[in-house]
Write a protein that binds this ligand. Structure first.
Ligand code: SAM
Length: 269
């Protein structure tokens, strides 16, 4: 790996950094679930007694939101230990100690999660607020989708979000300019693939891959997930000011775990 490229270590260090920890902890304490998340959770995870796995739980914004909605068999993980510590503290504060939290890498779940957390299979999985897209490299994002496939039951729903490079005329124009930079080799040398961004704001340093819709449809098909639904957040629910101020718009995706045999890794390159 080129030493200047962003790796998962870069992303984990950025999420363990104090600025990011404060940002996501504040969101977990004050914001809770967006209206759009709540609507889709109730649609795709109708049984509050079903065991659910949340990937990239951060400081517990979604996990504790699920708890508040009455979901009781919750397991959540993140690879940033500082954020998991915050999630555990918030769960204790809200008397939700029954939630299981652990530190693990979604791209190597079987190798990094405690064995007890992976058995029996989960009835559903969530990777919300773009965590999947914060994994550098398409093969590694596909690895995370495969790992979630491996720990879920047949037909289990998966809910996640991504940005969308084609979501507006402005986005399309900006990405056309970025494509020209890549053609000339003038892109930020730290980026791994076209569609990547690495920037700094009030949430700290952030790596994000912005896909187009086709890319995600291909990734789902290649990793054993059957596409069920996708829509941009404003098409799902009107969010309050706090939720709109917290982040820009993104696309929700729901898929179901298919039982079909996966295509071999080599065919994907
Ligand atoms: C934008 S934050 C969202 C946190 C939380 N879900 C929320 O909505 O506030 C994305 C999260 O994904 C986690 N993440 C990114 N890559 C990961 C990986 N490979 N394994 C586990 N967690 C990962 C990050 O550490 C971060 O906490």
């Amino acid at each position: 790996m080129d030493p200047q490229k962003i790796t998962s270590d870069t992303v984990r260090d950025d999420f363990n950094d104090l600025v990011a920890v404060l940002h996501y902890t504040k969101a977990a304490h004050e914001l809770g679930l967006w209206a759009s998340e709540r609507k889709l959770i109730e649609r795709f995870f109708p049984d509050p007694h079903a065991p659910l796995l949340e990937a990239g739980c951060g400081a517990g914004r979604v996990t504790l939101g699920l708890w508040q909605l009455g979901y009781r068999r919750l397991t959540a993980f993140d690879f940033a230990a500082e954020l998991v510590d915050q999630a555990i503290s918030l769960a204790a504060e809200r008397r939700a100690e029954a939630i299981t939290f652990f530190v693990a890498d979604a791209t190597r779940l079987a190798a990094t999660a405690p064995a007890s957390a992976l058995n029996p299979p989960y009835a559903g999985a969530l990777f919300l607020f773009n965590g999947l897209m914060q994994i550098p490299g398409r093969e590694r994002r596909r690895a995370a989708l495969r790992e979630l496939h491996a720990v879920t039951a047949p037909d289990a729903p998966l809910l996640f979000t991504t940005h969308d490079r084609d979501s507006s005329l402005t986005e399309r124009a900006l990405w056309r300019l970025e494509a020209m930079r890549w053609t000339k080799g003038q892109q930020d040398p730290r980026l791994v693939e076209f569609g990547d961004r690495y920037f700094e704001d009030e949430a700290g340093r952030t790596f994000m891959h912005l896909p187009d819709r086709r890319e995600i449809l291909e990734d789902l098909a290649a990793t054993g997930w059957r596409h069920a639904f996708d829509a941009m957040r404003p098409e799902i629910a009107r969010e309050n000011h706090a939720a709109r101020d917290f982040c820009d718009e993104f696309r929700f995706w729901a898929a179901h775990r298919a039982c079909a045999k996966l295509r071999p890794l080599r065919a994907e390159r």
